[in-house]
Design a protein around this ligand. Structure first.
Ligand code: SF4
Length: 183
């Protein structure tokens, strides 16, 4: 509860493009109506576009996950010399530290930065390899905040998965609010 007696909204991180911000590589967005109607009543969104935040700009050269001898890297589709893996990892860790009050995260599905699963991976020769990658920013943030409830806009379309995510976020909020009070 806040001072006015109203229930406080729960802080949740989200990929900016899902709120309708035109931050994608092509200057478009991926506004998700379910999120900005039903979920905006419960959650207070903290929005992040890691690709813009690391300085790639809009519009920008698209990036992709590539299998290399150094492991999976994020490189420019048209410019393989562009490798933003470390910058995206650093930014994921930074968000986890600076926004430690978030109680969940809604990621954009299948993005090489934000996707939590099923992201396409490519060979260095330019062939699609698998579709089981994880976005580099998402992986770094999840590793830095173990157990944080996470989902994506595709999972949220399913009412059962949506309800489960809301429950998990609420539980995380209660547990962490209590532990902060007892500090
Ligand atoms: S998926 Fe992530 S990196 Fe891509 S536009 Fe959306 S917020 Fe930015």
């Amino acid at each position: 509860m806040n001072n006015s007696g109203k229930q406080s909204k729960i802080p949740v991180g989200i990929s900016s493009c899902l709120l309708g911000e035109p931050v994608r590589y092509d200057g478009e967005h991926k506004h998700n109506v379910l999120i900005t109607t039903q979920l905006q009543d419960i959650f207070e969104f903290r929005h992040f576009c890691p690709e813009v935040s690391i300085g790639l700009g809009v519009p920008r050269d698209p990036i992709q996950l590539v299998h290399t001898p150094r492991g999976i890297r994020v490189r420019g589709v048209h410019n393989p010399e562009l490798d933003v893996t470390s910058k995206l990892e650093d930014y994921g860790q930074r968000v986890a530290t600076e926004y430690a009050d978030i109680c969940g995260y809604i990621f954009k599905a299948r993005s090489p930065s934000c996707g939590t699963a099923s992201v396409a991976t490519w060979t260095e020769q330019g062939f699609e390899d698998r579709t089981n990658g994880t976005g580099i920013y998402a992986a770094a943030l999840i590793e830095a905040m173990p157990g944080l409830p996470v989902t994506d806009e595709e999972c949220l379309q399913d009412p059962i998965q949506r309800g489960y995510f809301i429950e998990e976020v609420t539980r995380w909020y209660r547990n962490h609010r209590q532990s902060r009070r007892s500090d």
